[in-house]
Design a protein around this ligand. Structure first.
Ligand code: LUZ
Ligand code: MOS
Length: 751
């Protein structure tokens, strides 16, 4: 069994919260949501709802014993609306009942009245009205203003990128269980057990030690459960606290689509200056981030946008500004890539336009301006062990530019109603939480006296294989077969003060913490083995389930060593801790080293357009990826393919449509299309860079969750190139996703 959960998932046996046997007396919760995007003078009438058979309680803001506040970064988000409504879908009350149907009937019977106010949904409109979540952030290096008069070519424009629905298979879920002595146990589908613990404790007015949060696995998350699992868990906790009975809250797909946040839509202005050789001289980007109705993680996300403003390019003068605009939509939140895709896509739009303006092929512009070893980024970080060029050149050696051009040109010359386009995108993605303090994690390792091992960390398994990787780290460090190691559920009572499993850092941080704990145990056991064997400790090691002396079997097997050590009262448990070293950032100067390292790569996407229908498909993709030395290459390949598919979906397929009233229209899977088997039915070549050990992460590996998402961005430009081939001289347009509808409009002469 490779990936821990694979077999159970494949057989449909892996239980999620919704599948668990109900505890005795369990109640079911349904949430009453705001029907309008903006209103005040909110009044609730629950008198009819309370009479609905099976309804046990209707809970409103007034029933919250602690703080009605779930804001993480700033305290601007009530758990249940109090007085005002800020987005359609905002929770205003919760009904707990004996059955899910009774809860739903009860929720429908709650009368919500209010005075409606005008809503704002566009980030630029919000910015113009001064509706910002917090002060804008600006990152500047070099003399940007001097670049404009000095350069030969300037390209500029406005680019708009849409949001994206996470569409985790498992919707937001929680099960709250009252324990004795005023304590509470919460099963929550969260990436961040500690955040759920803190929020639930705050809402109930309890100390954190009264709330225990446990996570076995998630059915996907993609960032959607980093901060936004907390309200549902806190609501279930509130229900359990007030009624003294277990409460289960599982959102229906449609409720989840309507009520929860998504990737931030951005509207961005860009300006790029080049010299006659195509060298980038200056870049200016203004990001208008649609933050939705509350802060959520928007500042951390804007930070990642600013850091990735220049993509994988070296630009001596950069000015990037981020405006977090408050609108009346559900708070937008973390989503794989976390602000980087929006920035990288905007930068690439500038490259596309620059290629048009200069007549220099985009590939050439990219190559001439790639980040190099020793470069300082615009935020002042020195690029070390930079593999941007290596990945790019390897990709081009597999796909020589002339051959690629001929492949496309020949096809297009031979076909009237179909056109192809290709695009290459280089990648440099910074790994670490942009918020420095979050780069820490813990582990607790027990060696049981039969030699089996359990490892607990703060990592949440959401299908990404972090459990598999931590297991490999532990087995290798202790020199024992993988079959002796088990990864425990993630529990706040076992490993405390954990950070969300996010920012691609799950294996880096938790793997390193597990490594530290295992090393501690290994040290103790080797010291003990030295006394048993009468051998110098520095000649001993653990491997193949044996104590080795000078690399050879010393005649003491792991299981015997452990049993003897236990007899001799050696501690067989250890806590490990890891804080990513070398990070620093000066917020005032906007300079520092916010990332432990970067992940590099390059991707080629070839797309084909049906010029009559405007539909497009991907013909092939070739990815060269820097994965360090993978802990499990198969897991990494899975992550690369999945992230690429998700990136393609964002770029050319997934279209969130809101009505003029701010309500989500694409709130079903028949109206919101995402990549499926058919969409992904094309050859994908993935080559992992060899000889790529990474000194900055556990066992030479590199984080893999988010970086390959950016490869999907090449899909946008590949389709755009095909469109330009169909309508020569028309220029580009930058409105993501590049859907069939937009393609048709462009083919019909619009843009
Ligand atoms: N979450 C977060 C993230 O809190 N900080 C980050 O920098 C980040 N980056 C990517 C994904 N999630
Ligand atoms: Mo974050 S987008 O939850 O890795």
């Amino acid at each position: 069994m490779k990936h821990l959960d694979t077999a159970a998932h494949t057989r449909g046996e892996a239980p999620f919260i919704a599948d668990l046997d109900l505890p005795p007396g369990c109640l079911h919760a349904a949430v009453v949501e705001s029907p309008v995007p903006h209103a005040h003078r909110l009044r609730l009438d629950a008198s009819v709802a309370e009479q609905v058979p099976g309804v046990v309680r209707v809970l409103t803001a007034a029933d919250i014993p602690g703080d009605n506040q779930i804001g993480g970064v700033i305290l601007d988000e009530p758990l249940l609306a109090d007085g005002a409504l800020h987005f359609a879908g905002q929770p205003v009350a919760m009904v707990v009942a004996e059955s899910p149907a009774a809860a739903r009937r009860g929720a429908a019977a709650v009368t919500v009245s209010y005075e409606e106010l005008p809503g704002v949904f566009d980030p630029r409109e919000a910015a113009a009205a001064g509706q910002l979540i917090m002060a804008s952030r600006m990152l500047e290096c070099g003399d940007v203003d001097a670049a404009w008069p000095r350069c030969d070519v300037v390209v500029s424009g406005r680019v708009d990128s849409g949001g994206q629905e996470h569409l985790y298979f498992e919707t937001q879920s929680a099960l709250a269980l009252p324990l004795e002595a005023g304590r509470l146990r919460l099963l929550s589908a969260t990436q961040s057990p500690t955040l759920v613990q803190r929020v639930a404790a705050r809402v109930l007015g309890l100390p954190m030690n009264a709330v225990e949060v446990e996570v076995t696995r998630l059915g996907g998350a993609f960032g959607g459960k980093e901060d936004q699992a907390a309200p549902w868990a806190a609501l279930a906790a509130l229900g359990a606290w007030v009624t003294g009975r277990p409460v289960k809250l599982v959102l229906s797909r449609r409720d989840d689509l309507r009520m929860t946040g998504k990737r931030h839509p951005y509207s961005t202005d860009f300006r790029l200056a080049l010299d006659a050789e195509g060298k980038f001289l200056g870049l200016e980007l203004d990001f208008y981030q649609n933050a939705g109705a509350a802060c959520d993680l928007s500042p951390a996300i804007i930070a990642r946008s600013l850091y990735h403003a220049a993509g994988a390019y070296r630009i001596p003068a950069v000015r990037a500004a981020g405006y977090m605009c408050r609108t009346n939509l559900p708070p937008f939140t973390a989503f794989r890539g976390f602000g980087a895709p929006q920035a990288i896509w905007a930068m690439e739009a500038a490259v596309s336009k620059a290629a048009e303006a200069t007549g220099i092929p985009a590939l050439e512009l990219q190559r001439r301006n790639l980040l190099r070893e020793g470069d300082l980024t615009h935020y002042g970080m020195k690029m070390e062990d930079c593999r941007a060029g290596r990945a790019f050149e390897l990709l081009l050696s597999r796909n020589p530019a002339a051959r690629l051009k001929a492949e496309i040109d020949d096809f297009n010359a031979a076909h009237g109603d179909r056109k192809r386009g290709s695009w290459v995108i280089p990648l440099a993605f910074g790994v670490s939480f942009t918020k420095l303090m979050m780069n820490q994690g813990g582990a607790l390792v027990h060696v049981f006296n039969d030699g089996s091992v359990s490892v607990s960390t703060g990592a949440v398994e959401m299908g990404q294989g972090v459990g598999r990787k931590v297991l490999v780290v532990a087995a290798r460090t202790l020199g024992i077969p993988e079959g002796l190691v088990r990864i425990e559920r993630t529990r706040t009572a076992t490993v405390a003060n954990t950070m969300p499993t996010a920012a691609s850092t799950g294996s880096d941080i938790n793997g390193a913490a597990a490594l530290a704990a295992c090393e501690e145990i290994r040290k103790r056991l080797l010291a003990f083995a030295a006394t048993v064997l009468g051998a110098p400790e520095d000649e001993l090691s653990l491997g193949n389930g044996l104590v080795l002396r000078g690399g050879r079997d010393a005649g003491l097997a792991w299981k015997d060593l452990v049993a003897k050590a236990h007899e001799a009262r050696v501690d067989l448990s250890a806590h490990g801790f890891y804080a990513t070293p070398g990070l620093f950032y000066d917020m005032k100067a906007e300079r520092g080293s916010p990332f432990a390292y970067h992940v590099y790569g390059a991707a080629l996407v070839v797309a084909e357009l049906d010029t009559l229908r405007g539909s497009s498909r991907i013909v092939r993709a070739d990815l060269v990826h820097d994965g360090g030395v993978p802990i499990d290459a198969l897991v990494d390949r899975g992550q690369i393919e999945g992230a690429f598919a998700q990136g393609l979906g964002w770029a050319i397929l997934e279209d969130l449509v809101y009505g003029k009233d701010g309500k989500l229209l694409s709130d079903t899977l028949s109206t919101y299309k995402l990549p499926d088997m058919k969409f992904m039915d094309f050859p994908i070549d993935i080559e992992l860079l060899d000889d790529a050990a990474n000194a900055k992460a556990v066992l030479g590996s590199k984080a893999v969750g988010e970086p390959p998402f950016q490869y999907g961005i090449a899909g946008y430009f590949a389709v755009l190139e095909a469109l330009k081939a169909a309508r020569p001289g028309a220029g580009g347009f930058f409105d993501l996703p590049l859907t069939q509808e937009k393609a048709l409009r462009f083919l019909d002469g619009g843009n």
